[in-house]
Design a protein around this ligand. Structure first.
Ligand SMILES: NC(=O)C1=CN([C@@H]2O[C@H](COP(=O)(O)OP(=O)(O)OC[C@H]3O[C@@H](n4cnc5c(N)ncnc54)[C@H](O)[C@@H]3O)[C@@H](O)[C@H]2O)C=CC1
Ligand SMILES: O=P(O)(O)OC[C@H]1O[C@](O)(CO)[C@@H](O)[C@@H]1O
Length: 543
């Protein structure tokens, strides 16, 4: 068998016998409808898109709720399309790795076109313009990673490609967002048609990030006389163009060798995973957990596909904000980051294995239930207690999900502030709660300092995961080594006072003393990390 439309047709019985769910809609009709009346284009053809959005669309096509499929556009890593989409007629295999050790295998065929977003690729760029001219288009969505929305570096200087595009205008831009905004300009010049531009990336207030980038281009092109006068107004007219906020949640690890081997047993050829030259881990299959949440602000000026029938929740902005805070600041991501740091220190390579260690499990339970939950505002549409129960008892201990502390430890310096700082701020602001009662959040901070030393609890060197502030942050711990001798910890002061990293100035609120005390213990010798966990994490957590 092959992962192609022809093989799906010719070998249908063999696929079914091997346990695959197959697309159940009339492919040719949906393809024709999509080409003629596209409703939904997605930018960022990576793993989450195929595991989540494309599968939701397929379910809705199967049940007849939708009659058009998806168009995938890739403007950063063209190899994804060349190596993983086109050889397989845009089909992919979704391996849903359930906590009960069953794997659901689905051939996802809802992506009707895959296009390279490159202004030098005339044919495909023309097709993208055609799509943006079409009145039927309701939504352009994005999963391009948080850094994909940046137009400038940390010093505020525009990236060279962005600066060049500001000068050149919408004809043939080179930067990612420049290309997207030039398509939006095409939509403007063809009737100022309405559209929702929906970021589905895992970052706080994601719609604002997309808006800021789009608006920067619209403004620069207007100031430089490169676009019609009304374009900037169009981008800022919410009856025309919106930038809804969203919260997305589905743990989708990189394509895993064990899953590849399992699929190979079904005798489907050509499923090899590749790492592209731009470092995307991609394969014709994706592996993900079963659980998924996508909550989107209901601001769609051209109407929206009936995705609510596929489990996607539409609500108001304030609710999206609360849901996102619940997940990112308390119920999922802080627990992940705590496990990432201590997992790397203790030599784990699977998050699920860490959850078998009672101390690590108790650590995340205290951080989530005891320290975080008291300050969570219930968003109403999802219950925080139930959400965290599912995270702690089902999702992160799922032994079949090949997720690693090393993957989650990527960019920790960028994550600490939102994942823990918001809770600290809420304690500081509360008349009833006391920041000094927070005992394990400081242990995570201290763990991160210990992690920056790049030496695990056995005394072996390890390579910390990539992080834009890694080298800078490592300077602060460069003088420390594993030893029981007393340390001058003042070298940590400037780091601990860095509000950007921790969300609060830990010195100003007095938490730095505890973090330093913990750090001294964690770095006091081989085995000190395990010893500190034993000392500070309760043996029993009563929920
Ligand atoms: N994988 C996961 O568990 C989840 C991911 N997400 C969000 O989706 C994003 C992408 O995740 P995956 O698709 O799993 O990753 P991936 O590595 O499979 O794909 C990354 C995608 O982003 C694009 N990209 C990377 N750097 C870029 C840049 N500088 N400019 C523009 N595009 C760029 C790539 O070309 C590719 O389309 C994440 O960063 C996160 O925000 C959200 C929830 C879960
Ligand atoms: O720590 P990161 O890199 O944001 O990844 C966290 C993981 O958890 C999630 O937030 C779950 O949705 C995903 O984005 C990702 O798989």
């Amino acid at each position: 068998m092959e992962l192609t439309l022809k093989s799906l047709h010719d070998d249908r019985d063999a696929f079914l016998a091997a346990g695959y769910h197959l697309p159940e809609f009339d492919y040719d009709t949906v393809h024709k409808n999509t080409v003629e009346h596209p409703h939904w284009i997605h930018f960022g053809a990576g793993n989450i898109f195929r595991a989540f959005q494309a599968n939701v669309a397929q379910n809705l096509l199967n049940s007849g709720v939708l009659d058009t499929g998806l168009i995938a556009a890739e403007g950063y890593d063209y190899e994804i399309i060349e190596k993983s989409y086109r050889p397989h007629d845009n089909l992919s295999i979704l391996a849903t790795l359930k906590a009960d050790n069953t794997v659901e295998k689905t051939i996802v065929g809802s992506i009707m076109e895959s296009l390279i977003l490159d202004s030098k690729n005339e044919a495909e760029y023309a097709r993208l313009r055609e799509i943006f001219k079409n009145p039927s288009l309701q939504m352009a969505s994005f999963t391009i990673t948080e850094k994909g929305y940046a137009t400038a570096n940390a010093k505020g200087e525009f990236f060279p490609a962005v600066a060049a595009d500001f000068e050149k205008g919408p004809e043939a831009p080179e930067s990612y967002l420049g290309k997207v905004v030039s398509l939006l300009y095409t939509r403007y010049t063809h009737g100022a048609l309405p559209i929702a531009m929906v970021s589905m990336d895992n970052c706080s207030h994601n719609g604002d990030k997309l808006y800021a980038a789009v608006n920067a281009f619209a403004k620069a092109w207007t100031d430089n006389g490169l676009v019609e006068a009304g374009f900037l107004g169009y981008v800022n007219d919410q009856t025309k163009v919106t930038f809804p906020w969203s919260m997305i949640d589905k743990i989708t690890p990189r394509p895993d060798a064990k899953v590849e081997a399992m699929l190979a047993e079904d005798h489907i050829g050509g499923l090899d995973a590749v790492v592209t030259s731009k470092n995307t881990y991609i394969a014709p299959f994706v592996n993900a957990e079963e659980c998924e949440y996508l909550v989107i602000e209901d601001a769609f000026p051209n109407g929206k596909p009936a995705l609510d029938k596929g489990g996607i929740i539409f609500t108001d902005r304030a609710t999206v904000d609360k849901v996102e805070k619940m997940k990112v600041c308390t119920c999922l991501n802080p627990l992940h980051t705590a496990l990432a740091i201590y997992g790397c220190l203790l030599g784990y390579t699977l998050i699920s294995e860490e959850m078998k260690n009672p101390l690590l499990k108790n650590m995340v339970e205290v951080i989530g239930y005891k320290e975080g939950l008291p300050v969570v505002v219930n968003p109403g549409i999802l219950d925080p207690k139930k959400f965290i129960d599912e995270v702690v008892n089902v999702r992160i201990p799922n032994p079949f999900l090949p997720d690693s502390p090393q993957r989650i430890a990527t960019d920790t310096s960028q994550k600490l502030s939102i994942r823990f700082g918001e809770t600290i701020k809420a304690y500081e602001a509360s008349p009833d709660l006391h920041t000094e009662d927070l005992k394990l959040i400081p242990l995570v901070y201290a763990g991160w300092l210990r992690y920056l030393m790049g030496i695990d609890d056995e005394g072996r060197e390890f390579t910390p995961s990539s992080d834009p502030l890694l080298e800078e942050a490592r300077q602060y711990v460069a003088d420390y080594e594993l030893s029981f001798s007393p340390k001058d910890l003042s070298k940590l002061d400037a780091l601990l006072a860095n509000e950007k990293i921790f969300g609060v100035n830990l010195h100003a609120i007095g938490m730095d003393t505890l973090v330093k005390q913990y750090f001294a213990e964690l770095s006091s010798g081989v085995g000190a990390v395990a010893a500190a966990l034993k000392k500070y994490v309760p043996e029993k957590v009563t929920l």
